[in-house]
Design a binder for this molecule. Structure first.
Ligand code: RFL
Ligand code: PHB
Length: 388
């Protein structure tokens, strides 16, 4: 097979890139390891920066998002199981954000791909990337036992944190920055009405988050130990912890019910530099991971492929400058989100070695935030995200 851009990974980054390139008249093939249904079944992000909404709108991918997405003007932050502040993000930062599940974005992207006959290959095993330091890179993979080869001009590595793309760059040509947190998040989906406003809670038992998918679908998270298994978290234990950690005024509004999904994710920050190796370009989680406390991962993936699609369009029109600058351009935004996600994580979680002093200092940070418009404006500006 032959194409202009071979895209490894068909998550949000890879599938959006294929569609953005198609709109610029650039041909691509997406090679995804999992089945389509498997990718659609992953429950992940829920909050879109306004910039992400605009990228999807500009690409004509917002028909359902504009109807079913829930615009939020504010977030709440609570502490001590009793105090709560509301931050009017839209007023302070000039734009709101949107609740719209990653699962739905992925459905919209695959449907849009079907409509234009985009070339998505699922269940592609053993993807390998070759000769990216030449002008004629190629990839191979196994499909139903047969080896398939795709010749291309450029390879886009959009295969997430555990993908193969990043490993092609030799250690001598990359720098990796990493921070692992000593806890995870237990995520629960339940068919119950959510709280109207997103709520982040700091509590001496650990962090909790109340989010939503739609009027009858809630998404909750509680900080848990990395050693915990889902089996150790019965629904009763989960609701008890959530209601303890969330301030009383909010906890009294939470409607509990059976969980329909439960999973545990570790928290980590990771960045590789640069995002380019010859004709291989990394985008999304393949290049960087942020802890979910800042709600940035999916938004960074969307920003990366926005930059990369523009750069590839310029490249095919004979202007190499944007593609040469892709890594530096994308990394500016990446580090800003890495810093914010790290700050939010440090502010809201209970760390294993944390003393009573540390707990009070954390709470004081929240009290300061509650009383300072300047501090709230800074947080709001970073939460809704920088302009592209
Ligand atoms: P993905 O979604 O991991 O997709 C990569 C795809 O590549 C495939 N793949 C391969 N394909 C071929 N060959 C190989 N060797 C391959 N190896 C892997 C995979 O099967 C997969 O389909 O990365 P992408 O596209 O960069 O998208 C990134 C986002 O998924 C991620 O950043 C967000 O989900 C992070 N995230 C959040 N982001 C937000 O912006 N807002 C949020 O509110 C938010 N909440 C979250 C989150 C992530 C979470 N977890 C579980 C990590 C909440 C959680 C709990
Ligand atoms: C979610 O709805 O899944 C969600 C919301 C906000 C976050 C992380 C996850 O910071």
């Amino acid at each position: 097979m032959k194409t202009q851009v071979a895209i490894v990974g068909g998550g949000p980054a890879g599938s959006l890139l294929a569609l953005l390139l198609h709109q610029q008249g650039i041909d691509s093939i997406v090679v995804e390891r999992q089945s389509r249904n498997y990718v659609l079944g992953r429950i992940r992000a829920g909050v879109l920066e306004w910039t992400s909404v605009e990228v999807l709108r500009d690409a004509g991918l917002s028909d359902r998002l504009d109807i079913e997405g829930h615009v939020h003007n504010s977030i709440k932050m609570g502490w001590r199981g009793e105090s709560v502040m509301s931050i009017d993000v839209a007023r302070l930062a000039g734009k709101p954000m949107m609740s719209y599940g990653q699962t739905m974005i992925q459905e919209d992207l695959y449907a849009a791909g079907d409509a234009v006959d985009a070339n998505f290959i699922f269940e592609a095993d053993e993807v390998q990337i070759h000769d990216v330091r030449t002008d004629a890179p190629w990839i191979t993979f196994k499909s139903s036992g047969e080896t398939v080869r795709i010749d291309c001009d450029v390879v886009a590595g959009c295969d997430g944190f555990h993908g193969v793309s990043r490993t092609v760059i030799p250690d001598s040509a990359k720098t990796e920055y990493e921070k692992s947190y000593p806890f995870g998040w237990l995520g629960v989906l339940s068919e119950t009405p959510p709280l109207p406003t997103l709520l982040y809670a700091n509590h001496e038992n650990g962090f909790a988050l109340c989010s939503q998918r739609n009027e009858m679908l809630s998404r909750y998270y509680v900080q848990c130990s990395l050693e915990d298994t889902v089996e150790q978290w019965s629904d009763d234990r989960f609701w008890d912890e959530l209601l303890t950690r969330v301030p009383n005024s909010e906890a009294s509004q939470i409607v509990t019910g059976p969980s329909i999904e439960k999973s545990i994710a570790p928290l980590r920050s990771y960045v590789v530099e640069p995002l380019q190796w010859g004709r291989l370009f990394l985008a999304g989680d393949a290049a960087h991971i942020v802890p979910p406390t800042g709600a940035k991962g999916l938004n960074l993936a969307i920003a990366d492929v926005h930059y990369l699609s523009l750069a590839l369009a310029a490249h095919y029109q004979g202007d190499p400058k944007l593609l040469e600058a892709y890594s530096a351009t994308a990394l500016r935004r990446v580090w800003s989100s890495v810093r914010f996600s790290w700050y939010m994580t440090a502010l809201m979680h209970r760390f294993p070695e944390q003393t009573e002093f540390d707990q009070r200092a954390q709470e004081e940070d929240l009290i300061y935030l509650a009383g300072s418009t300047a501090a709230q404006t800074s947080l709001a500006e970073q939460y809704v995200g920088l302009d592209l």
